[in-house]
Design a protein around this ligand. Sequence first.
Ligand code: P6P
Length: 346
Amino acid sequence: ETKKKNSYEIQTLTGWLLKQEQSGTIDAELTIVLSSISMACKQIASLVQRAGISNLTGVQGAVNVQGEDQKKLDVISNEVFTNCLKSSGRTGIIASEEEDVPVAVEESYSGNYIVVFDPLDGSSNIDAAVSTGSIFGIYAPDDECLVDLSDDSNLDSVQQKCVVSVCQPGSNLLAAGYCMYSSSVIFVLTVGTGVYVFTLDPMYGEFVLTQEELKIPRAGKIYAFNEGNYQMWDDKLKAYMDSLKDPGTSGKPYSARYIGSLVGDFHRTLLYGGIYGYPRDKKSKNGKLRLLYECAPMSFIVEQAGGKGSDGHQRILDIKPTEIHQRVPLFIGSTEEVEKLEKFLA
Ligand code: P6P
């Protein structure tokens, strides 16, 4: 008979991961990689919450491969993520928004997963203490991409092409998640069996399961776009945006909510419904967000929650990557809202 849950039984992320491993949903190596990622997120949460106190706000004084001014915490968060993954001993290759090229980790003892991440997305919000987040995806390993290295080294162009060919979001993305640093620290994860939400209990530094098999509402009258770019959008997108403001027969237009932090805007969309969009425009021909470590992980999560992730014409998870930092337009959220957008852009 099913074991009666006692009233104070809580499930931590560690316990949940062990259960997935026991049930064969994930293997021991992936369990260790995910546990090391959650450790990195806890460390980043602490750094973010104390940024103003420990003089970690402000810029690093460098520009990353994206051409963005790196914040001090961008650099530190990247180091935290990289160190936790390396010490897991199960990570073969890491690709970060903050690294020009992927890095092959010294031959790990097993697993050899390819882990891609944006260590601190939305970091321009840090100085104002607005939500930020870490986003990650884990692709199944492919030994031919791995080289026997005596130390970490940047992959050469042949190896990079190999990594990109392996990182197929629609078929080879095993796990995806994010950690949002906001009024609560929230860790959201899918390993392909639904979406699970964990909230950090600062009393003892553990992520506690707070929502199981989360489903996004099928529709939602909330949109998150940077309308400052409206004049640079194409006419079909302008027509879509104008339609959201028309009260129509319901007498109620959509509400605009835009944090300027993908993780914050996405998490609200996942819980309340609606749509987040970062379209292409005259300035950013392919939009701003990166396929491998932002759009693909978020699309995997939203699909597991019953929603949709699209570039306006096709499923994000069907896009075949061509390079590590490739950008794509992103429209993600409630199925009805994304389909409505796609009809306007058809
Ligand atoms: P904009 C943050 O830099 C980010 O990558 C996402 O987190 C966020 O949704 C978007 O860019 C904000 O971009 O151009 O509206 O400031």
